[in-house]
Design a protein around this ligand. Structure first.
Ligand code: SF4
Length: 438
């Protein structure tokens, strides 16, 4: 099998998309919509697509989602819209994700939709981080008449979409195209800007922002207490994926990726990040890649479709297996891993270990700002009213940094609620200011 980073899932052709859309029953009580975390009006846009009204279909999708090309590719459709589609009972659910991707790609390629830029007269919002949460907040608030500026520490926006999800699942050009649409709404991006260093939450308020949203995700990998884990040949999955992404974009040399040709790689953890790391290790030339997981297959958090694709590509899986120790050959190379498989110890040769057991928020922003309360694991605590506001007035948080959402689309759903909370808060303070000025 040859491995490359070309997108693995193919798009529909135009006749295929229309034929698929025409299978939809347009259910009066659409179970697909109920299954969608952002309540996308699925039957409505599928009906427009079935008639060939692509612009109308796109307009309906845009009213709920800022990132349709992304969602069409990486959402957990099997558990959400498609998993609820009534035709699924006969094993023939509508391929909603693939249709959404078709509509969004077709619209971008043909340049059909041009949204008017609304007047920005309701207030000024700073968004820290440009992952799915930050982009959703920026898109929603910008459409509602707020002036939004995004502050991103990396040289390109997109967060996990750009640096965490591999090219073969989500091409960078797709992410760049979605971000361009948000920029076209009048959102300003400040790149290579780390809040919590030269610029802080307080200095953003001093610059006149009415509210600030923290959507910085989780950048600090969780750690196990196992001998040998600090060896340089043990990589953290989120950092490994980031390096590969930078290498793919030409910002890093092949040597700096480290995992590579002919290696035997063990990935610890079986969420989507673990599977992404395993399939990426194969694409970087690894000879043998094995995912180990301490529970059973039914308890993995990875999507079944991702797991099945990984198996097809040759990734091996060891269930009910934990890692006991890692032995080094020298300062640069590993020698072997000791595993506990169903209670039996076994030693296996290894070149690299990739840890994918989750991550927690960095403390940079919270530690440089007074009044933002976090829980004992560093997640920002927020309230219900206005939704998403932290213990510091005017500072909101959402996405992984609050430990609420689990996937891209759940982060988007949460961010949409936070956007409503921010809008209500800023409208209220503006009203109070105008009353006080009378
Ligand atoms: Fe169409 Fe399936 Fe949704 Fe019914 S549940 S409206 S058939 S996509």
């Amino acid at each position: 099998m040859t491995y490359n980073f070309k997108e693995v899932n193919e798009s529909y052709t135009l006749p295929e998309a229309i034929r698929e859309a025409q299978r939809c029953l347009h259910c009066k009580v659409p179970a697909c919509k109920k299954g969608c975390p952002i309540s996308n009006d699925i039957p409505e846009w599928i009906a427009e697509l079935a008639k060939g009204n692509f612009g109308n279909a796109m307009g309906i999708i845009n009213s709920r989602s800022n990132l349709p090309s992304v969602c069409g590719r990486v959402c957990g459709h099997e558990l959400q819209c498609e998993g609820n589609c009534v035709l699924g009972k006969k094993g023939q659910h509508i391929n909603i994700g693939k249709l959404e991707r078709f509509v969004a790609d077709f619209d971008s390629d043909a340049g059909l939709t041009h949204e008017a830029i609304p007047e920005k007269n309701r207030g000024k919002i700073a968004v820290i981080g440009s992952g799915p949460s930050g982009l959703t907040i920026a898109g929603d608030l910008s459409r509602q008449g707020f002036a939004v500026e995004i502050f991103e520490m990396e040289s390109e926006p997109g967060g996990v979409l750009m640096y965490g999800i591999p090219e073969y699942r989500l091409p960078k050009e797709v992410v760049r195209r979605e971000i361009k649409k948000i920029e076209n709404l009048g959102v300003i991006f400040h790149l290579n800007t780390t809040i919590g260093e030269s610029c802080t939450i307080d200095s953003l308020f001093d610059k006149g922002f009415d509210a600030i949203f923290i959507g910085t995700g989780t950048g600090v990998p969780n750690r196990l207490d196992i001998p040998g884990l600090s060896h340089p040949a043990v990589r953290q999955a989120i950092r490994f994926l980031r390096r590969v992404s930078l290498y793919e974009s030409g910002f890093m040399s092949r040597d700096e990726v480290i995992v590579g040709n002919g290696d035997r790689v063990y990935v610890v953890g079986c969420g989507n990040t673990g599977i992404d790391a395993a399939r990426t290790a194969l694409r970087m030339g690894s000879k043998e890649v094995t995912v180990i997981y301490h529970k059973d297959i039914d308890q993995m958090s990875a999507l079944r479709a991702e797991y099945e694709d990984a198996v097809k590509e040759g990734v091996k899986f060891l269930w009910n297996t934990s890692i006991t120790s890692i032995e080094a050959l020298d300062d640069e190379r590993l020698k072997e891993l000791t595993l506990n498989i169903d209670g039996v110890e076994k030693t296996v040769p290894v070149d690299h270990v990739v840890m994918a057991i989750g991550s927690a928020p960095a403390s940079r922003i919270v530690s440089s700002t007074d009044g933002i309360e976090v829980d004992d694991r560093g997640y920002v605590l927020t309230r219900e009213n206005p939704y998403g506001m932290s213990s510091r007035k005017g500072v909101f948080a959402g996405g992984d940094v609050t430990n609420r959402p689990a996937t891209v689309v759940h982060a988007m759903r949460d961010a949409k609620l936070v956007a409503e909370g921010i809008a209500r808060y800023v409208d209220a303070i503006k009203l109070m200011e105008s009353i006080n000025c009378m």
